[in-house]
Design a protein around this ligand. Sequence first.
Ligand code: NAG
Ligand code: NAG
Ligand code: NAG
Ligand code: NAG
Ligand code: NAG
Length: 361
Amino acid sequence: MRSAKTSLWKLPLVLPLLSLVSYTLADTCSCGYAQDANVIWTDSIETDFTAVRDIETSQDWAVQKWTSARNVSEAPYGRLREARNVVANPATGGNGAVGKDGSPAGLQLFVRSVLEDDNALVPVGEIFSKREDIQYGSFRAGIQASSVNGTVGAFFWYRNATQEIDMELLSAETTATNSTLNMVLQSWQSLWAGSDASKTAGFKKDALPFIADDAVHEYRFDWTPTSVSFYVDSNHLWTNTLPEFIPASPGYIVLNHWSNGNSGWSRGPPKEDAKMTVTYVKAYFNSTDSERQRDFVSACKKPSSDNVCQVTPQTGPPTCRKPGGCEDGTITVSSAATTGKVLGASLISIVGVAAVWLVVT
Ligand SMILES: *[C@@H]1O[C@H](CO)[C@@H](O)[C@H](O)[C@H]1NC(C)=O
Ligand SMILES: *[C@@H]1O[C@H](CO)[C@@H](O)[C@H](O)[C@H]1NC(C)=O
Ligand SMILES: *[C@@H]1O[C@H](CO)[C@@H](O)[C@H](O)[C@H]1NC(C)=O
Ligand SMILES: *[C@@H]1O[C@H](CO)[C@@H](O)[C@H](O)[C@H]1NC(C)=O
Ligand SMILES: *[C@@H]1O[C@H](CO)[C@@H](O)[C@H](O)[C@H]1NC(C)=O
């Protein structure tokens, strides 16, 4: 395989192709995303992180660079969010599962073992969605968890300390034979319990039907005005319908990988650099932005199978990244009913083919 450098001249040829795909998708889904017969979301963020070469230029995601100072009455260490801990590892070919550095392709979020600021801060990786107008929706991420003890890998929606929907993978709870998932709804009750949701009915820990650091799996939460439901690889784990735990305000999406040395939760810091890999995010949601709502109404004259896209559930672990798909484990994207197959395949395959063409030829 030749170096990527020799193929860089092709980038200008590939980029218009990629924007054509997103344009087609956006235009096609002008009447929203149908999750089932009676659930329609107006907006989406679909990011294939295996095709991302430079996360800093992302239109959808902001790399976080700020510090939570150490406060020893809360945890032994603070957190230093740095750009160097958010690393793009684009796919280099084959079935698209392997990245430039030889490990699984996708966005890598690191927790470093060497502390900063006189051993007060753990260097961590975190991204926020740029959209902050997200209220209700279905949120999905392909994640391979850390295999190094002492970190938390999280995928969540956030507004503030009392409104948060969170899926957390603790590497201290990931053994060779058992993995768990912590499902967390922050609320006034959890704040009053010392910001500890596990002391409330807004918390559930479940054994996972797979080992979280072995492969990529899809972590998903669906949020409506009356419920929050959690899924892994489309298997339902838990639904909470208690009104005091259901957020009702706009917020943003977060992916992070962190440690603060807290003995009851993250443990750590890790003894070696710990990595979590995110292969994609697919979020279908409603916006609280009145301008965006007006745009939706004016763009969607008459809903039909041509302009309502179908949100299809993931079948099995999302491991297949082969352009055109595989029999099982193919990553599904939203697609309009009539042209579904073409569009569904084209997003993944054009990105895949472009990546392969750039690097291999
Ligand atoms: C989302 O927006 C659509 C279109 O406006 C609306 O029909 C639907 O009821 C909204 N869903 C929720 C949960 O607010
Ligand atoms: C440290 O944390 C404690 C417990 O949450 C809090 O009461 C205190 O105000 C914090 N101190 C600082 C300096 O933030
Ligand atoms: C969180 O946001 C909601 C909605 O704006 C607000 O009602 C609540 O007071 C906020 N919680 C805190 C702890 O500020
Ligand atoms: C991780 O380390 C903690 C101690 O910090 C230990 O209790 C736990 O069993 C370890 N987990 C694994 C998976 O080795
Ligand atoms: C796996 O983890 C779950 C949740 O923490 C726990 O209840 C269960 O006992 C564990 N199983 C084994 C075999 O360690």
